[in-house]
Write a protein that binds this ligand. Structure first.
Ligand code: GDP
Ligand code: IMO
Ligand code: MG
Length: 433
C-alpha cells in the first residue's frame, strides 16, 4: 500500500516531470495534487519530448491511471487542449485513464484577466506570476465563491456560479483596472462545451486513491512547483498560491499519512528561479549564462510555460535543509548533474552570513533573505561527459565528491542521479552500487 510523494525542493523546474515519468514505471496511479497550468513539466522518451501543464507526467507510461486532485486549479480549455494534443501523439487520455476530482477548482477567463490586471497594477511590487489565473482562482476558493469541477455536472448551478464570478470580475476590470469587460455570453457558451466533454472525467479521486492504497497498489503523488514557492513556507509574497509540499499532497488528494513510504525531494544540481523574489546564490555574467545555456537545447533554463529566461545560481544547502525539514524528505533525486561538466570550480552554499554571525539554518523562514550573504564553498569540477554514465562507480571522482557533499550537508541520501533528460539517463544507486 505504498504512497511515494515527489516534491520540488527548490523554486520549481527541478526536473520533477522527468523523475515522475521514470518512477511511474512502477506505479498504478500517478496523482497530481496542486497548482494548475502555471506548471510546465517536460518528459523525454526516446526522441519524443512531451510538455505537460495539467495532466500528470505519469501519463506517458502506458499502464498508469492518472488523476488530478482536489488541490488543483484547472483551466478546462487548457486541459482539453492538452487532452487533444496527447491524443494526437498516440497517448491514451480517455476517461478510463484520466480522472479529474469533483472538488478541483476551475479557472475561468475572469481569473486569468484578473491575474494579468493585478500584476500590471503592481508596478515595482510585481510578483512575476505566470498570469494563468492561479492566484485569483485560489482566492475564490478561500472566499468560498469558486467554481468546482462538480459544478459542470449541473447546468443551472454552473450558469449561476459562472455569472456571479464574471459579474464580479467585470466590475473590477472596468471600474478598478480600467480594462475591457469580458463577454459573458461567449464564456457561458464555452463552459457549456467544456462541461459536455469533461463530464466523463469527473470522479471521486480521493476514494479512488484510497482504495488503490488499501488494495496494496502503488500511488505516486506528483507535486507541481517547488517548496520555496509554497504559500505558507516559501519566499512569501514571491510564491504561488498552493502547497507544493508533502503535507500538501495529502490535502490535495484527500488521503491520510499512514500510507507514505518515500518522500523524494527533486533537487536540481544548481539553483534556478523564474519571476521575482529573493535568490541568495544567484550568479551573474558568465557563470549564470553557463548554467542557463543558450536556449539551443530543450533543457536549457528557459520557462516551459512562459519562455522566460530562468535566473540561475549555485546550489543552496541552507535552503535545501529547510525544504527537507518542511517535507520530511526521505531521500534526494539529483537532476541535471551533466550540466555541471566543465565548470571549475563549482560552488555550494553551505551557510549564510549576517555581519559576524554564520547560520547553518535559517533563523526564520525564507521570506526575507536580504540580510544574509551566502557562504560559498568551492569544489573541484570535472571535464567528463556524464550523459552515458549509468553507474555510481563510473562517475568521475569530483562528481561523486559533489554528491557526497550534498549528502553530508543535508543528512539525506541521493538515491537517483539524473545525467540527461531521457528516461534511461539515470544512475539508480540502489541498483549500481
Ligand atoms: P519540472 O517543472 O520540475 O518538471 O522541470 P521542467 O520540465 O520545467 O524543467 C526541467 C528541464 O530539464 C526539462 O527540459 C527536462 O527535460 C530537463 N531535464 C531533467 N533532468 C535532466 C538532466 O538530468 N539533464 C538534462 N540535461 N536535462 C534534464
Ligand atoms: P513547475 O511545476 C517555476 C512561479 C512564477 C511566479 C510565482 C507565482 O514547472 O516547477 P503563479 O502563476 O503560480 O501565481 O506565479 O511562481 N511559478 C513557477 N516557477 N516552475 C513552476 O512550476 C512554477 N509555477 C509558478 O514564475 O514567480
Ligand atoms: Mg517546470
Amino acid at each position: 500500500m505504498p504512497l511515494d510523494i515527489v516534491i520540488g525542493s527548490q523554486w520549481g523546474d527541478e526536473g520533477k516531470g522527468r523523475i515522475i515519468d521514470l518512477l511511474a514505471g512502477d506505479a498504478d496511479i500517478v496523482a497530481r495534487f496542486n497548482g494548475g497550468d502555471n506548471a510546465g513539466h517536460s518528459v523525454t522518451v526516446a526522441d519524443q519530448l512531451f510538455k505537460l501543464h495539467l495532466i500528470p507526467s505519469g501519463i506517458i507510461q502506458p499502464h498508469t491511471i492518472c488523476v488530478m486532485g482536489a488541490g488543483m486549479v484547472v483551466n478546462p480549455q487548457i486541459l482539453l487542449e492538452e487532452v487533444d494534443h496527447l491524443t494526437k501523439l498516440g497517448i491514451d487520455v480517455s476517461p478510463q485513464r484520466l480522472k479529474l476530482s469533483y472538488a478541483a477548482h476551475l479557472i475561468t477567463p475572469a481569473h486569468t484577466a484578473l491575474d494579468g490586471a493585478e500584476e500590471s497594477e503592481k508596478g515595482q511590487g510585481l510578483l512575476g506570476t505566470t498570469r494563468r489565473g492561479i492566484g485569483p482562482t485560489y482566492a475564490d476558493k478561500a472566499t468560498r465563491i469558486g467554481l468546482r469541477a462538480e459544478d459542470l455536472l449541473n447546468e443551472d448551478l454552473l450558469h449561476q456560479k459562472l455569472d456571479r464570478i464574471l459579474d464580479h470580475a467585470n466590475k473590477l476590470l472596468e471600474h478598478v483596472y480600467n480594462r475591457e469587460s469580458l463577454d459573458k455570453e461567449s464564456i457561458r457558451h464555452a463552459f457549456h462545451t467544456y462541461a459536455d466533454r469533461l463530464r466523463p472525467y469527473i470522479t471521486n479521486v480521493g476514494a479512488l486513491v484510497h482504495d488503490k492504497l488499501n488494495s496494496h497498489g502503488t500511488v505516486l503523488a506528483e507535486g507541481a512547483q517547488g517548496t520555496l514557492l509554497d504559500l505558507d513556507h516559501g519566499t512569501y509574497p514571491f510564491v504561488t498560491s498552493s502547497h507544493p509540499t508533502a503535507p500538501g499532497a495529502l490535502l490535495g488528494l484527500g488521503i491520510g499519512p499512514q500510507h507514505i513510504r518515500r518522500i523524494i525531494g527533486i533537487t536540481k544540481s544548481f539553483q534556478t528561479r523564474v519571476g521575482e523574489g529573493p535568490f541568495p546564490t544567484e550568479a551573474s555574467g558568465d557563470a549564470a549564462a553557463r548554467l542557463r545555456g543558450t536556449g539551443e537545447h530543450p533543457w536549457d533554463e528557459f520557462g516551459t510555460t512562459t519562455g522566460r529566461p530562468r535566473r540561475c545560481g549555485w546550489l543552496d544547502a541552507v535552503l535545501l535543509r529547510y525544504t527537507a525539514r518542511i517535507n520530511g524528505f526521505t531521500e534526494i533525486a539529483l537532476t541535471k548533474l551533466d550540466i555541471l561538466t566543465n565548470i571549475d570550480p563549482l560552488n555550494i552554499c553551505v551557510s549564510y552570513q549576517r555581519g559576524e554571525q554564520q547560520f547553518k539554518d535559517l533563523p526564520q523562514g525564507p521570506a526575507d533573505l536580504s540580510p544574509f550573504s551566502p557562504v560559498l564553498e568551492p569544489l573541484p569540477g570535472w571535464e567528463n561527459d556524464l550523459t552515458q554514465i549509468r553507474s555510481w562507480n563510473d562517475l568521475p571522482s569530483p562528481a561523486r565528491s559533489y554528491i557526497e557533499r550534498v549528502e553530508t550537508l543535508t543528512g539525506l541520501s541521493v538515491r537517483l542521479i539524473s545525467v540527461g533528460p531521457e528516461r534511461d539517463q539515470i544512475i539508480d544507486r540502489s541498483l549500481s552500487e
